[in-house]
Design a protein around this ligand. Structure first.
Ligand code: PMP
Length: 352
């Protein structure tokens, strides 16, 4: 028995906890607190079982047509994955040689580092300031993953900053817009420049409330999208997921309203935290990354909230360990969280 060396030494990615209890206030994995579009329920209820007997459409034509139409491009500009995580994993195969490297912001989505390790290539994390000059970039980087808005910080940069970077970068750039629907602008125009090096990745997990369905997509120049099709599994997105994602995508009004509610609550929530002395990084995503005032600290508060069945995300380490990443929930969930924070703080005050 032999396990590949790169796998043996691998530190696996640890996803956020999924508590079994439905009573928990779950603000740890940036899911949408609102249900998916009612159109999704209709698709599921009326789903023809005959479609399960057959393999799904390997080219997800209906879903790609809808995505292409909404973005003013051709279906050849669109790829669909089993969640955007699958897209990242395929991109690490398609655009990186064995002696090359994957770059990203640091801190950023920690899966990128794990993907590089699985692929057995280097991962190079960069501070966002360093990215103002593409020539400061290590020449080995052939795939750069720029998360915008970034996770876990929520920070957003204007697409013109990314466009400037892309012009000086010789490799392939994927702008991970998992949270892009909560932000003011996106990089899709840049991804549709013929012969360009930029693609934009989106997911149905956040703004469409379909994290359980596993659908993400990628928009980009035909040659780069074509490379992704070459290496994917034949049937990487199942028939139910294709149909449900299409229903959610087509229900634009519902999507717009849900995003607007989350953005409104985000702003109110950030204000409430600031009023309590927290340092909150301005966020354009569906979460905030915030530092509690002393004597509270992020790790202790994370544990104390968990005891009350409230789940937020804590990333230990020098760049992230002072803060908590808290998903924007419903107004009721946020009220519950704030009440718990106040209560925990009052208890600290009572201690001798
Ligand atoms: N990119 C970023 C920045 C994320 O935070 C996530 C979700 N954790 C993903 C991609 C993956 O999303 P999914 O696989 O659910 O589409």
């Amino acid at each position: 028995m032999r396990i590949a060396k790169s796998v043996e030494k691998l530190e696996a990615y640890v996803p956020g906890e999924q508590p079994a209890s439905r009573e928990a206030i779950k603000l740890n994995t940036n899911e949408n607190p609102y249900p998916p579009s009612p159109e999704c329920a209709k698709v599921l209820q009326g789903f023809d079982l005959e479609l399960l007997r057959r393999y799904p459409d390997p080219n997800f034509v209906e879903l790609r047509k809808a995505i292409a139409k909404a973005n003013g491009c051709q279906i050849e500009n669109v790829f669909v994955g089993n969640g955007s995580d699958e897209i990242l994993s395929l991109a690490a195969k398609a655009f990186v040689e064995n002696d090359e490297a994957i770059g990203s912001l640091d801190p950023s989505y920690s899966l990128y580092k794990t993907l590089a390790a699985i692929r057995d290539v280097r991962w190079l994390g960069m501070k966002k300031e360093a990215l103002q000059k593409a020539d400061a970039l290590d020449k080995a980087i052939s795939l750069f993953l720029w998360t915008n808005p970034n996770a876990p910080t929520g920070e957003w940069v204007h697409p013109s900053v990314i466009a400037r970077f892309a012009r000086g970068f010789p490799g392939v750039l994927i702008v991970d817009e998992a949270y892009g629907d909560f932000a003011p602008e996106n990089c899709i125009a840049q991804a549709l420049e013929p012969g360009g090096n930029t693609m934009v990745m989106r997911t149905f997990s956040k703004s469409y409330s379909l994290a359980g369905m596993r659908v993400g997509y990628l928009i980009g120049p035909v040659e780069l999208i074509g490379a992704m099709f070459k290496i994917k599994d034949s049937y990487n997105v199942d028939a139910v997921a294709q149909a449900v994602a299409l229903a959610a995508f087509n229900d634009c009004d519902y999507h717009r309203r849900t995003v607007a509610k989350v953005v409104e609550t985000r702003e109110r929530f950030a204000g409430e935290l600031r009023r309590r002395g927290w340092d909150v990084i301005p966020s354009q995503a569906n979460f905030v990354f915030a530092k509690p005032p002393s004597p509270q600290n992020a790790s202790g508060l994370h544990a104390a909230l968990k005891e009350r069945n409230i789940f937020v995300r804590y990333f230990p380490g020098p760049l992230t360990g002072e803060r908590l990443r808290i998903t924007v929930g419903t107004e009721g969930q946020i009220a519950g969280l704030l009440a718990a924070i106040d209560d925990i703080r009052a208890k600290i005050g009572e201690q001798p």
